[in-house]
Ligand binder design. Structure first.
Ligand code: NDP
Length: 248
């Protein structure tokens, strides 16, 4: 079975770079009309929308994940443009790493606000249209550290662990309406977010990963595509680890 998203519309938060961009490109390649949000990279966003076929096929929407009105506006733009929202990928995320002893309340707030409260805002906005359609697939992007914890990432790990409980709750609330909600928990993936880790650190990490390599954004996009597609219509409330075996 191929993963076909023809006739579906998908909204991806944080779609201009890294994992989000790979998801946008994969969903578009599978036939979906794809909207994506970004925070600041307007030029990249507009170029990507053009590359995917312009307004008929792709929408670039500037919307800060932590702002409830902008998140709701993004969902509304998809419904206005294409009449429906079939898939929602909650991907936008940030880090503000530091050991607890040095972590400021601002570091904590910024990460929880974007990664976890941002998920609440955009899912709340998509809730009603998806319930009305009696169909939809929500995929949240957590992290291996949401499951294992990580020194220096208390804020980030808390936000990513929170996403798992949040998504399972949505799966329970929305299942009767034909709407599914699942989590993808990536391991270490080569993106801007991990670009600052030196060779020493990544070399050591590879040793800890059963598959002995860091992941690529496309590894995550493939798992998300499965969860958005009709190949997974009996899968909900699941956390799919795409981490080379790190968290088993
Ligand atoms: P990147 O930093 O490479 O890209 C982040 C994307 O999110 C960009 O498109 C950025 O837009 C957007 N973004 C950031 N903040 C906001 C915001 N407040 N509102 C809207 N958009 C925003 O991240 P990755 O691709 O590495 O990570 C994507 C997701 O995957 C995150 O949730 C991350 O936590 C998770 N993840 C990543 C892992 C990794 O190893 N890379 C591992 C596990 C999970 P702009 O360009 O405009 O800033």
């Amino acid at each position: 079975m191929t993963l076909d998203l023809t006739d579906k519309t998908v909204l991806v938060t944080g779609g201009t770079r890294g994992i989000g961009r790979a998801i946008v490109e994969a969903a578009s390649g599978a036939g979906a009309r794809v909207a994506f949000t970004y925070r600041s990279s307007s030029e990249t966003a507009n170029a990507l929308a053009e590359q995917l076929g312009g307004a008929e096929r792709a929408l670039a929407i500037q919307a800060d994940a932590g702002d409830p009105e902008q998140a709701a506006g993004a969902v509304q733009s998809v419904v206005d443009a294409w009449g429906q929202i079939d898939g929602l990928v909650v991907n936008a995320g940030i880090t503000r790493d530091g050991l607890m002893i040095r972590m400021t309340p601002e570091d904590w707030e910024a990460v929880i606000s974007t990664n976890l409260t941002g998920a609440f805002h955009v899912c709340k906005a998509a809730y009603r249209p998806m319930m009305k359609q009696r169909a939809g697939s929500i995929v949240t992007i957590s992290s291996v550290v949401g499951v294992t914890g990580n020194a220096g990432q208390a804020n980030y790990a808390a936000s990513k662990a929170g996403l798992i409980g949040f998504t399972k709750s949505l799966a329970r609330e929305l299942g009767g309406r034909g709407v599914r909600a699942n989590v993808v928990a990536p391991g270490y993936i080569k993106t801007d977010m991990t670009a600052d880790l030196g060779e020493n650190v990544t070399g050591h990490m590879k040793e800890q990963i059963p598959l002995k390599r860091l992941g690529q954004p496309e590894d995550i996009a493939a798992a998300v595509l499965f969860l958005l597609s009709d190949a997974s219509t009996y899968v909900t409330g699941h956390t799919l680890h795409v981490d080379g075996g790190m968290a088993m």
